[in-house]
Design a protein around this ligand. Structure first.
Ligand code: HEM
Length: 419
């Protein structure tokens, strides 16, 4: 039997979530797609710009396919970003790089981000948490995002780069602006585009002297490691090095901030699970991190463009097909995850794999650092918070892009600290 061309399939409609789709409405919309897929046994859905890939196995197939690439270059051509500092960044961005160049860059950066390599940042992360907690001055009602989730990843990245903690707010600002290079709505606004260009220049002006200083005076940080790193006898050029560090900065701040905010929100909504976690943090903190990453992926969508025709599961996908790979639906695939609609931190995640960090050659370079921060944050809170609840409706960001929370007001009952 010959495969059916994609455009001849009768597929459910998938409307891209508008600005009003957040929080509960977001879950209702996506759970609706999951139900529809289960009833009609289809794993694809269609919207005017792309085809959504809903199940875990198919999502992973396309993320791992050599015939699919991140559509960054197409997006920037469409917005006329063909020169200037942002273009330079985009050109060097790992997500837009393929083949040997990508292999070489990952080969240079990966050793700095292995589970063993990131261990050295653990004491620093603990110190930042203690400092941020002290700043609350014993308050029992506060915005968790502002107090902890937002500053922690920026302080951590400052430490990773070997920059002073005072620079963390600057790093947060650059990361958040430059991250918008992936947001077509933001790029369409000439004012936003101009600001992003300016922020890229500011970042390079800031890091250049730091790299020069570390050449003469090495530190215990990633910039120093990248200066020394060699892949098959080849070192990074200065431009590559600066862009790689910018890549880590852009990938590593609002992502971890958003994931931490959502995990804490989910635990606040499940007080019995919080109590269980406090009783057995060694087992349940890592499981809570994995379950939070599965249940509320802050990267619910990523995109791919097919660079050649692909046949998969008796469907013919033509060259140039734009795809949306959906981690939200993939992470609720009943073929992979038991009781996928339930948030349950007691589940053992062994043997299951989510798509929250992607898959294949572009699998998130910062997974180990992100998980270290998330685990440390929950362990820290478990020692200090007896119980907690959400004091006001959270302010959700849009799930298109990084699905963050702008504010999460918590009311806590502090734990009795032994004398
Ligand atoms: C919970 C936190 C995080 C999540 C959910 C996340 C998610 C992702 C995803 C889904 C991708 C792949 C996108 C695609 O293939 O289209 C990715 C790539 C990447 N991430 Fe993360 N990320 C997180 C934290 C971090 C951190 C802390 C860093 C830096 C230390 C980082 C650096 C990167 C880089 C450099 C890439 C590009 C990799 C490549 O193209 O080879 N991420 N991330």
């Amino acid at each position: 039997m010959s495969p059916t061309p994609l455009d001849q399939l009768d597929l459910p409609e998938f409307p891209m979530p508008g600005p009003e789709i957040r929080g509960e409405a977001w879950h209702e919309m996506m759970d609706g797609i999951i139900e529809e897929s289960a009833e009609s046994d289809v794993w694809l859905a269609r919207n005017p710009i792309a085809t959504l890939v809903a199940d875990r196995e198919a999502g992973e197939f396309f993320l791992r396919s050599r015939s699919a690439r991140f559509p960054g270059e197409y997006l920037y051509e469409a917005f006329g970003i063909t020169e200037g500092p942002l273009h330079e960044q985009i050109h060097h961005n790992l997500l837009n790089t393929e083949g040997d160049s990508h292999r070489r860059l990952r080969g240079l950066v990966n050793p700095s981000l292995t589970p063993k390599a990131v261990e050295k940042y653990r004491p620093g992360i603990r110190g930042f948490l203690a400092e941020l907690w002290d700043r609350l001055g014993g308050a029992t009602e506060f915005d968790f995002v502002e107090a902890i989730a937002k500053p922690l990843p920026a302080l951590t990245i400052a430490r990773v780069m070997g920059a002073p903690p005072e620079d963390a707010p600057k790093l947060w600002d650059w990361s958040n602006w430059i991250q918008q290079q992936f947001d077509p709505v933001a790029l369409a606004d000439p004012g936003v585009l101009e600001t992003i260009q300016g922020k890229v220049v500011e970042f390079h002006d800031w890091i250049r002297p730091m790299v020069a200083a570390k050449r003469g005076n090495p530190g215990d940080d990633m910039v120093t490691e990248l200066i020394a790193a060699e892949e098959e006898g080849e070192k990074l050029t200065d431009v590559e090095l600066e862009n790689l560090v910018l890549n880590v900065l852009v990938g590593g701040v609002d992502t971890t901030q958003s994931q931490l905010s959502h995990i804490v929100r989910l635990l606040a909504l499940n007080p019995d699970q919080w109590q269980a976690l406090r009783e057995d943090p060694e087992t349940l903190v890592p499981r809570a991190v994995e379950e939070g990453i599965r249940y509320e992926p802050i990267t619910p969508f990523t995109a791919r463009m097919l660079t050649e025709e692909v046949e998969y599961r008796d469907v013919l996908f033509p060259e140039g097909t734009p795809l949306i790979i959906c981690a939200y639906t993939a992470n609720r695939d009943p073929a992979v995850f038991p009781d996928p609609g339930e948030f349950d931190i007691t589940k053992d995640p062994a043997g299951t794999r989510t798509l929250t960090f992607g898959a294949g050659i572009h699998y998130c370079a910062g997974t180990n650092l992100a998980k270290l921060e998330l685990n440390e944050a929950l362990t820290f809170l478990a020692d200090r918070v007896d119980s907690f609840e959400i004091a006001a409706e959270p302010a959700y960001a849009s799930p298109v892009g990084i699905y963050g929370i702008d504010s999460l007001e918590l009311r806590i009952t502090p734990a009795q600290v032994p004398a």
